[in-house]
Design a protein around this ligand. Sequence first.
Ligand code: GAP
Length: 539
Amino acid sequence: MEMDKLVSLCKRRGFLFQSSEIYGGLNGFWDYGPMGVELKRNVKESWWRDMITSHDDLNVLPGAPEVFQMVGLDCSIIMHPQVWKCSGHYDLFHDFMVDCKETKKRYRHDQLVGRWITAKGKKVFVTVLPETDHPEKEIEARAMKFFGLRAKQADQLEVDGPVIPLPQIKDHELVLGPDAKTPGTLTPPREFNLMFKTIVGAMGGEEDTTFLRPETAQGIFVNFKNVVDSSRVRVPFGIGQIGKSFRNEITPRNFTFRSREFEQMEIEFFCHPSESAQWYRYWRDRRYNWYLSLGLSRDKLRLREHEAAELAHYSCGTADIEYAFPFLPPGEFGELEGVAHRADFDLRSHMEGKLVKQGGELVVETGPDGKPKYRGSGKDLRFFDDVKKEKYLPHVIEPSAGADRATLAFLCAAYREDTAPDEHGKPQERVYLALHPRLAPIKAAILPLVNKDGMPELAQKLYLRLKREFNVFYDDGGAVGRRYRRMDEVGTPFCFTIDGQSLQDYTVTIRDRDTLQQRRLHLDTVADELRRLLQPTEG
Ligand code: GAP
């Protein structure tokens, strides 16, 4: 699937618009249109239902070590600045960027790739952005232009070694930036904190500066004690939250994949340290299966365990759930969700102060005066197990998903083109979204075959009855084939058509978007049938 086609459908049919488009847009920010808002809400509601409200806390679920509880939370976006100091975000949540002095463009240092090329007695490291399908070809084309060679002189280029990331290169003066005409225009890499700063209150001093949260997780950690004290949860249990997060990404790109404002769906699962490895495996597999249950295919979805060197210092396991997004080069995958074993790092940090690793141990980081660099809350965040009479800091397993990335993956996976016969039996090209019925923005369309003979009246009656429970759409404009196609394009899984026979025997046809098959149903059973068709499926 070509990404351009999906992007154009999203704009044409009201899924996604560039933010502030009439003013030229704002890079890294997106608006969901009438179809997009329904789709994304369905993604979030499926997550909330499947993880939180419909969770079975009476039985041991397959793969789980024991029975557990799940509750929800909705924290503020702006929090006390100390939260971000103790969590490590204030000191450590940064990327390295390089600026091009010639083009004034800014890049993430680790995102540029390039290759050494020699011609006419000169050697340069030619860089490109990595999302290109064929970096080798693009590098060659840039090198030809740089050295002033024509197509038939391509054999004058001497390629030295494979395409490698820019951070491996030391000779900056020999690097040709991705949009530059001369080498040596990229600055050395500099740290850039990704948190958006904001001022709280009217005084506006440095002490009033805080941040838009870059993740929802910290709101859960700092409320751990509140939740334990106010609800009847016992470890093991999980707290889930869905909400906006903000990151001042250096190079937002790939549609909504890397945005500056996005939504996360995060669970912090608290368990006894002795069981944490088992819970980690449980959540990793359960979250992978969730995406399958909503329509992503196994051949495009993978679970990638991080190498030991990739793990955060406190973690004894992290896996990314990754999807083969169509904007990535063949064989490459992009992160949909991270499932991390975070041990007691977060609760300890908020209790004692910002932690650092010293001699293999996590200790409170101290400043030049020997006092904690960032003081914790001092509150006792340990859990008291009144059955075992044990007090301990729970370990945390964190399945952290992006609502926008999941929505984008479901859209990419759903995009289809085929041919389908119109009402005269003539094959017509068709573009449709094979979204899972739970995710589809509109669940069903109600269509009178013609606009006369009592059909609109009967169709409207059915429409108003269904609308109380489902997001359905009434359409009486144009040939029925065209109306089907309009519904297919926004992923509506079912169409109910009222025809001449409906007036005789009170039945309607139900048409399936994917198989195009039609069958008849009694009008009184339509709501039950639609409810049945919208049930979750096993992953
Ligand atoms: N609390 C852990 C955490 O935030 P993360 O891997 O940085 O972990 C989790 O983010 C998820 O949030 C990612 O897997 C992705 O789905 C989503 N996400 C992160 N940055 C994003 C961005 N700039 N745009 C869209 N989604 C993003």
